[in-house]
Structure formats: structure tokens, C-alpha cells
Design a binder for this molecule. Sequence first.
Ligand code: BGC
Length: 582
Amino acid sequence: MKLNGQRRWAATGVVVATTAATIAVALGAPPAGAAPGCRVDYTANHWGGGGFGASVKITNLGDAMTGWSLKFALPGSQRVAQGWSATWSQSGADVTAASMSWNGNLGTNASIDIGFNGSNAASGDVNPTTFTLNGTVCTGQQQPTSTTTTTTTTTTTTTTGNPDPGNRVDNPYAGAKVYVNPDWSAKASAEAGGSRIANQPTGVWMDRIAAINGTTGARGLAAHLDEAVRQAAGTPLVIQLVIYNLPGRDCAALASNGELKATEIDRYKTEYIDPIASILARPAYANLRIVTVVEIDSLPNLITNVTPRPTQTPQCDVMKANGNYVTGVGYALAKLGAVPNTYNYIDIGHHGWLGWDDNFGATADLLFQAANASGSTKANVHGFIANTANYGILTEPNFSIDESINGTSVRQSKWVDWNRYTGELPYAQAFRQRAVQAGFDANVGMLIDTSRNGWGGSARPTGPGPRTTVDAYVDGGRLDRRIHLGNWCNQAGAGIGERPKAAPAAGVDAYVWIKPPGESDGASEEIPNNEGKGADKMCDPTYTGNARNGNSMSGALGNAPLSGHWFSAQFQELMRNAYPAL
Ligand code: BGC
């Protein structure tokens, strides 16, 4: 799996707007009470050259506070240069404004005005839309309190009965356990040292029609859901399913081609999506929170790998022309979204694929088109997932795109190559903003697959590279040690990343392990199989590359099995290079 390696198509100029924009995050002034709640009004005045001034009015709608901390993510590359009336800090896109000794008391319905001067605004940037105050998302209303007496969790609205679509919680991972797939867990435990991670939750891949009823060594969907109900034992539990069987699947790579031909959209609907949706809708599963990761490596191919781009493939041209990716994704969203306890997250590749200006916004707009295809509406989209089965680091602490070395911007380094992002966290947070601009709901949330993006081990740099040249600086300091950002198959040197975690950063619902560590990305030689899988040169360590990876060596481990099949050597290396270490 995991196509990519899409460098920029052409560098674009940046035009800075000289406008003023005000966003009221939410309206209304509900009565005070025990529940937390807040409202934030954010106004930005742009004065050209990327500079702007932002006024931020915080209103406490909940109980009186004696200290407060406001968090939000600044889109694009925007930076806080100098702030007032709060202690301001920024890490990547994440900004925190903490109360000062003299203004920490904020009574019920009281407001405080703070602000900052910022830099690096670009023309496509939107204002931040999600703010949290002392950990509570500011919706302009008090947060709903629990309507049930059968649970002690504080984050859920309803945990019993049959939820209806209006009862989906904002972040399904908050206060919930996550399903451990016993089939993966058994393989992990059988490895020396594997028990250290075998109890982690991983994605359950519905990667072909046969997977619905189960295949050798992998139970079927209903059996997983039965086991999930058992694991839940009456408490909120998320099960993570990967919907991955589009016609003409993975049109720019061969390793994860699928069983359905480019034209077989009707089979996708009737033999794949419909049966999955009808199993998910069974009353026995109504209390599960079913996260569906929808069709990785699909829609962005229609932006980056089609004529006239140099990265074009004939199969991606076919899929663009026949519309079956858009039709299929819309159908999946509509059918799965009609089940009240599902949470659809659409795949958004990763920063090493879509982090260039030419790819980023166009993908968000295409996703919105797909979300409104085949009878779907945007209400069926709960959020987006970045880095599925890829290796992109969360953040690079040793360099930033705002720096220059000897007058040359870090963006001009060979590694960054004009990309707008250096990690998955700022990428995902910025994509969230851009998706809202494209028309998606303001409360969409992000997931990031951290199963294989740790890049620890003895080769991990401990500080910035030398400031001799921009390439020496970036290459000496970067944690992601791939030969090229576009490499994706069984990467040598990779390690397990952050453990799965709910609400780890602003706008992010969870870090998740969707690609199960130990399962191969693909084989470099044809291996007969009935899964539709081909061989991919990107999985051959001697391959010298193509336009999608800057004609670089593949960086793949040798002797890999078919995608999805167990790869012990890779599993062992991922554990060795885990960061945080196991
Ligand atoms: C494969 C799937 C597999 C998944 C998870 C994909 O690359 O095509 O068959 O289930 O990876 O390992």
C-alpha cells in the first residue's frame, strides 16, 4: 500500500490579502451552570508581507475559572511573533495562550481580550476555527452533560440505547477504549519482544470482498464486531475499520492493486459496501463507535497522478475519466454514514504527497465533491486521516521552513523541495482548516497514523545539522531518514511511532495505528495470489526510482512478502527503532 512521492507540480506565488476578517466561532449566550463552555471571537487584520494582527476575545460560559489556557492551531505557516495579555507559545502550528498572574480570574459570562502580531500569512490561509479553553472545545455553548446514569465517563453524551445520527460524539476516541484485533495481536505476540505492543489497537482492513466473511487467519466483519462488543464490556469502545476496495484501486502503485477492475463500480456497491453497511447496522453493534477509514490512496491520485503531470499513470487517467473513485467514495460515505454509530474519516494521504500548494487545496475541494456524490452530504464526514500506512514524522524539531541558511530558504532544500510542511501534525491541522474552507463542517477532526513514523534508534539525530549548506542543515537534523520523502514501501530504518492516544493535539481526534505494524507494504516480485496484488518496483531495494520519488533509491527492505502479509524482519526493525522507545 501507500502510494505517493508526489512532488510539487509547479511552485506558485504567494499573494497576501489585505483584508480584515472576523469569525465568531459560535453564537448565542446560554445560561451559566456547572457544565464547561466557552466562546472565542477571533479577528485578523492583514497588512501585507504576511504580517497580521489578531484580536482574540475569550468568553467563559461555564463556571468561574482561576486560571485559563487557550489553545488553537494556526493554519499554514503562520507564526505568533509577539503577543499581549497572555503568555504566548507556539509549537508547530499549535498555539497556547495562558493567563497571566493578573488576569487568570474569569467569572461566568466574563470576557477577556488578548491578541498577537503574526507573520507568514499566505493567501489561502483561513482563520483558526477550533479553540479549546482549559481543554473544552469552545462551541459558544455549554457542553452537553451526560444523559445517562449508567456510565462514569465525562466525555460522552449518550452511551446507552440506539444513538441516532445527532448523537454522534464530537471525538469518538475521547473516553473510549479502542478495539484490539486478536488476529494481529496473535502474530505480534508470536514475535520475540512482540508482547510489548501486542495489546495495542490496530486497524481492521476490509481489503477485499472475501474479508467481509473472513479469510484464512483473519476473522470476518461480524466476528470482529462480536469480539468488539465483548471487549467493550459495556463501556464506550471504538473499532477501526478500513474501507479499501475501490474499483481500479491504487492507480499509481501496483503493490496494493485490488480485485475490482476500473469499471466494476456496481460490484463495489452491491458486493462490498452494501453487505458491510448491513452488518454494521445490526442492533447488537449499536453501542460501538465504528470508525471507518474511507479509501486510502484514492482521490488525491486524481489530482497528482493524471495528465498533464509528469507523474501521470494511465490507470489514474482512467479513474479520473470514469469517475468511479468519486462515485465510490460518495457511495461508501452515504451508506456507512446512514448507520448512526459510524464515524467516517476520509483519507488525505500525507504531507509528502499533498503538502505542496498545487496539491493541497485541490484535494480538499475534490474530497468535498466526493462527499456530496452518490447521494452523500458533508454530514457523513466526521473527519480525515493522514499518514495511513506511511512513514511521515509528526514534527521535525531541528529545522523549520521559516529558516534560511546562508540566504537559502529551507524550503529550497532537496528534502523539503518547496513543500509547505515538514511533518504530519502541522499538515493535518492545516488540512483541517482548508477542508472547512472547502465546505466541510467546522468541527471535523483529524486522525494521524503513527504506527510506523517514530524514526528512533541509534541513527536518530540529536540536534540540528551543520549550517554550512541548506542541505547539510536539513539532512543532518531531520528525524525522518528516508532517502526521499516520496518513498513508501517497507522503509528501512523506520520505527514504531507514538502509541495510540485520544485528543493528542488541537484538532486531532487521535493518534491511531491503522497500518498494523508487521504487515508488509508490498512485494517487489510477482507472487501468485487471489487478492489482485501486483509487484511494485518501489518495494525493491535496488530500484532507482521514478518521477514520484525524485528518481531516488527506494529505501525498501528486501525480500518482502505481498502487501498485508506478515513481514517478521520489518516488525523486528520497527520495534528496535521505536520512538518513544518500547
Ligand atoms: C494491503 C491490504 C492489507 C493492508 C494492511 C495494504 O497494503 O493491500 O491487503 O490488509 O495493507 O496491512
